[in-house]
Ligand binder design. Structure first.
Ligand SMILES: Cc1ncc(COP(=O)(O)O)c(C=O)c1O
Length: 400
C-alpha cells in the first residue's frame, strides 16, 4: 500500500531534518544547563543561544522567552499563573475575559479556576465567520473593568483556522491596563508574528506544530509579567518554571522557530494553493458541503493557509474519519471526545452552528510535507466515504 496522505498537520507535523540533526547532536552530549562545570556551561550556552535565536526570530527580548514543555503548559502558566498573581496583587481582580474559540489548553484551566478558585469568566463569542471582534472584547471588559485579571484570545484557531485581529484586540486591552495573553500555537509559521508590534503580554508557542520536537515550547512573558509558578524546584527560567532544561529539545525548537519565521511567506502561499484546490474541488463534487470559518481563495491573512474545515451534512465526522483512514487519508474531526463519546465542537457551536450542523465535521490541515498527491488522495477517497457514512447514519436512524 502507498504512503498514507497525512492531512493532520495541525495536530502535529513531521520534524524537519535540520531539527532532527540539532536534537541528535545535543543528545550525544552531557551537561545540565544549571551545572557549573565545563559540560554544564556548554549546555547553558546552547540554551542561551537558542533563546537569543528564538527572540530574534519572533521580535521579542531573550529575557522574555520562558522554555516550557509545550503549548499546554504555556497556556496553563499564562492563565492560572497570571490569575493567581493578579489576585494576590489586587483581590478584586477575579474575572477572566476569554474567547469562546479557545483550545482546551486555555478553556480547561479557566474552567478549573472558576470551579475551584473563585474566578469568574466572561466569554467573548466570535461572529458567524469565527472572528472575535475587538469591540466585543471591549464590551466584555466594560462590564466591570476593575475586576478583570486577564484577557485571553488565541491568534489563530486550531479547528476552523480563523486568524484573529490580535493587534487590534491587544490595543483595546492595553487601554484598560490588563495583561493580554494570546495562544499563537497554530499561527507560528503560517502568519506573520511580529510580537514587538503586537504588544501581547503573554504568548504561547509550541515546537511540534512547526517541525520542531514534541514536548517543548515557549511562553513569551513580558518582563513585567510574574505569573505564579505551577511547579516549584530549582528556580530555572526566571523562577517561573522550575525543572532541568531540555537542552536537545530547546536546540531543536530554535531551529524550527527560525525556519518557520524565515519561510513563512512562501510556505503560506504554497499551502494556500493546496488548501484552495482541496476546498473548491470538494465543494464542486458535493455542493451540500460547507466550509466553516471565513475563507476566500488566495487569502493567507484571515484564515490559516494550511486549514480546510468542511461540514458534510448527514454524516458523523467520526465515521468519515475512520472511513478515510481506511482509504489511506489521515485527518481529524477537529473536536474532542469525552469519555469516548464524540462531542460537537465548542468552536462551531460558538460560531452559531447547531449541534446537527457541527456533527459532520472534517478538519484537513496541510504542512511542509504536503503535496498535490495528498490532496488528490483525499478528493478520490471523499465521495465513497461520504456515501458510506451517510448510509451508516441513516441505518442508525439519525438521518437529518
Ligand atoms: C491552539 C492550540 N493551543 C495549544 C495546544 C497544545 O499544545 P501542545 O500539544 O504543545 O501541548 C494546541 C495543540 O493542539 C493548539 O492547537
Amino acid at each position: 500500500m502507498s504512503e498514507p496522505a497525512y492531512l493532520d498537520h495541525a495536530a502535529t507535523t513531521p520534524a524537519l531534518p535540520e531539527v532532527v540533526e540539532a536534537v541528535v547532536a545535543q543528545l550525544r552530549r552531557v551537561g545540565n544547563a544549571s551545572s557549573l562545570h565545563t559540560s554544564g556551561r556548554a549546555a547553558r550556552r546552547v540554551v542561551e543561544e537558542s533563546r537569543e535565536d528564538i527572540a530574534e526570530a519572533l521580535g521579542c527580548r531573550p529575557s522574555e522567552v520562558v522554555f516550557t514543555s509545550g503549548g499546554t503548559e504555556s497556556d496553563n502558566m499564562a492563565i492560572k499563573g497570571s490569575y493567581w498573581a493578579r489576585r494576590q496583587a489586587d483581590p478584586s481582580r477575579t474575572r477572566l475575559v476569554v474567547s469562546g474559540l479557545e483550545h482546551h489548553a486555555v478553556l480547561d484551566p479557566v474552567l478549573h479556576l472558576v470551579k475551584h478558585d473563585g474566578a469568574e469568566v466572561t466569554w467573548v463569542e466570535p461572529d458567524g465567520d469565527g472572528v472575535v471582534r475587538p469591540e466585543a472584547v471591549r464590551s466584555a471588559i466594560e462590564q466591570d473593568p476593575g475586576s478583570v485579571a486577564l484577557v485571553s484570545v488565541m491568534w489563530a484557531n486550531n479547528e476552523v483556522g480563523t486568524v484573529q485581529p490580535v493587534a487590534a484586540i491587544a490595543e483595546v486591552v492595553r487601554e484598560y491596563g490588563v495583561p493580554f495573553h494570546t495562544d499563537a500555537v497554530q499561527a507560528l509559521g503560517q502568519v506573520r508574528l511580529p510580537l514587538g508590534e503586537v504588544g501581547a503580554d503573554l504568548v504561547t508557542l509550541t515546537g511540534h506544530k512547526v517541525g520542531g520536537p514534541l514536548g517543548v515550547g515557549v511562553l513569551v512573558a513580558g518582563r513585567d509579567q510574574r505569573p505564579v509558578p505551577l511547579t516549584h524546584g530549582g528556580g530555572q527560567e526566571r523562577q517561573i518554571r522550575s525543572g532541568t532544561l531540555d537542552v536537545p529539545g530547546i536546540a531543536g525548537l530554535a531551529v524550527a522557530v527560525r525556519h518557520a519565521v524565515d519561510h513563512q511567506a512562501e510556505h503560506a502561499a504554497r499551502l494556500a494553493r493546496l488548501r484552495d484546490r482541496l476546498i473548491t474541488s470538494a465543494l464542486a463534487a458535493d455542493p451540500t458541503m460547507a466550509v466553516s470559518g471565513w475563507w476566500q481563495p488566495g487569502d493567507v491573512t484571515h484564515r490559516l493557509a494550511g486549514n480546510a474545515h468542511l461540514r458534510v451534512p448527514g454524516c458523523d465526522g467520526d465515521s468519515l474519519l475512520y472511513l478515510l483512514d481506511a482509504a489511506g487519508v489521515q485527518c481529524s474531526t477537529g473536536s474532542a471526545c469525552q469519555a469516548g463519546v464524540p462531542q460537537p465542537s465548542h468552536v462551531l457551536l460558538a460560531m452559531g452552528l447547531s449541534e446537527d450542523e457541527a456533527r459532520g465535521s472534517l478538519r484537513l490541515t496541510l504542512g511542509h510535507s504536503s503535496t498535490e498527491a495528498d490532496v488528490d488522495s483525499f478528493l478520490a477517497a471523499l465521495p465513497p466515504a461520504v456515501e458510506r457514512a451517510r448510509r451508516a447514519r441513516h441505518a442508525t436512524g439519525r438521518a437529518g
